[in-house]
Write a protein that binds this ligand. Structure first.
Ligand SMILES: *Cc1c(COP(=O)(O)O)cnc(C)c1O
Length: 405
């Protein structure tokens, strides 16, 4: 159904097969070389931007370590992510606390550890920041509409109306904090580049009005994530995103473009992953049913949560691709009937697919293993391995010799 070459080169595929051949399924292999290439491409496309990697997309230590060496900063959402990043000797001035939903004690924790940049979108949170992290830099997240063209929207829950953002920045100043900038997130896997145009225009308006009326000169625009990974629904190339978005910035800000921060997650790590599953059972619901149910040894509760509402459409391939295909419903192994990945979408797999065959899910480097349940039905969370230039390591960066088969 899918042409593997569109997603992963022959060389990298062979490298993956060689690295993963002795490992028990299900598992995810992350190719660090791919993440490095995506990071360099992003830097080249947005040479003026400061990149804050959204750690939640793939929190493996080998990823954080490599991106740190490449000069990335980090967008952190919890004290646990913070501990992990600091344990790698990454300086707190490269970290921003981007979660607008946080406890006062967690703000204090970040402050004690040296973090001085905080996102907010509400009065109560701002008050906590003023109390627990005095004088810190504040950026306010504004609401943007993105529900229909982002495959995994991040709207509604985060951000506030620009009028409120204005008020919060003024209050931040009055509370002794440093009003620093505006952020937005146009929705993850955002396929409509024009969404950045609207958000930048709103931002420009805020920059201007707050300077004119309050004398507050903001310094930063944090344009969030939203850049695409390569799934089956087409999206533009990153270079198109960069040239369009840069033009929006120039149109609105002319020569006076503020500091620009980006918070990519999916677009850096998504393409790097291959999830390997095994067919547990193939059945039909009646004697003449045309569709087969194909049950795999992993599912929604073990790495594939973003198939919720069939939102993210992963390319799925087998070793029998090229032979005749028929429609399937793809489901996981647990005793929950929600554990179905694709039913509306008509995936096709070879008619000679057998129990025990491997089914590979491409582009599974982002938002997969960290979302796995701790043990629903007793199934342990899917294991992630990282292919480095010196062999395979686990999520702590330790060499792995035994694949558990
Ligand atoms: C998840 C998240 C990101 C990353 O978004 P992607 O679409 O994966 O690039 C960036 N910023 C914030 C605040 C996030 O919550």
């Amino acid at each position: 159904m899918f042409n593997r070459n569109e997603y992963i080169s022959d060389i990298e595929w062979k490298r993956f097969l060689e690295a993963s051949k002795d490992f028990a399924t299900p598992n995810i292999f992350i190719n660090l070389r791919s993440i490095r290439q995506h990071f360099i491409q992003l830097k080249d496309s947005f040479p003026y931007a400061h990149i804050f990697y959204a750690v939640k997309a793939n929190p493996g230590i080998p990823v954080i370590k490599m991106l740190s060496e490449l000069g990335a900063n980090f967008d952190i959402a919890s004290r646990y992510e913070l501990d992990k990043v600091l344990s790698l000797n990454i300086s707190p001035d490269r970290i921003s606390y981007g979660n607008t939903i946080k406890k006062a004690c967690d703000i204090s924790y970040f402050y004690e550890k040296g973090v001085r940049m905080f996102a907010t979108d509400s009065k109560e949170d701002l008050k906590n920041i003023a109390k627990c992290a005095p004088k810190s830099r504040i950026y306010v997240r504004i609401l943007v509409e993105n529900s229909s063209t982002a495959d995994w929207p991040l709207s509604r829950k985060f951000g506030c109306h620009p009028d409120m953002a204005y008020d919060l920045l003024v209050q931040a100043r009055d509370m002794g904090l440093t009003p620093y900038g505006i952020s937005f997130h146009v929705g993850s896997q955002q396929r409509d580049i024009g969404q950045w145009n609207d958000a930048i225009a709103k931002t420009k308006y805020l920059f201007e009005s707050i300077e004119e009326e309050e004398g507050i000169k903001l310094s930063m625009i944090n344009m969030g994530g939203g850049f695409p990974a390569h799934y089956i629904q087409p999206s533009n190339e990153l270079s198109d995103y960069a040239s369009e978005i840069t033009r929006y910035l120039q149109d609105d800000f002319g020569e006076d473009i503020p500091m620009i921060a980006l918070e990519p997650g999916r677009s850096l790590v998504g393409d790097s992953g291959v999830l390997t599953s095994e067919v547990v059972l193939i059945s039909r619901k009646n004697n003449t049913a045309l569709q087969r149910w194909v049950y795999l040894d992993t599912g929604k509760f073990n790495g594939l949560i973003e198939t919720l509402d069939e939102s993210i459409k992963y390319p799925v391939i087998t070793e029998k691709d090229g032979s005749r295909e028929g429609e399937v419903i793809l489901a996981g192994p647990t005793c929950d009937s929600a554990d179905i990945m694709y039913e509306q979408l008509k995936y096709k797999l070879p008619v000679d697919l057998k129990i025990g065959d491997k089914v590979y899910w491409l582009t599974t480097g982002a938002y997969t293993s960290s979302y796995a349940s701790v043990g629903f039905n007793g199934f342990p969370p899917i294991k992630t391995y990282y292919i480095t230039e010196d062999g395979v390591v686990d999520e702590n960066g330790n060499p792995v010799t035994n694949g558990g088969v």
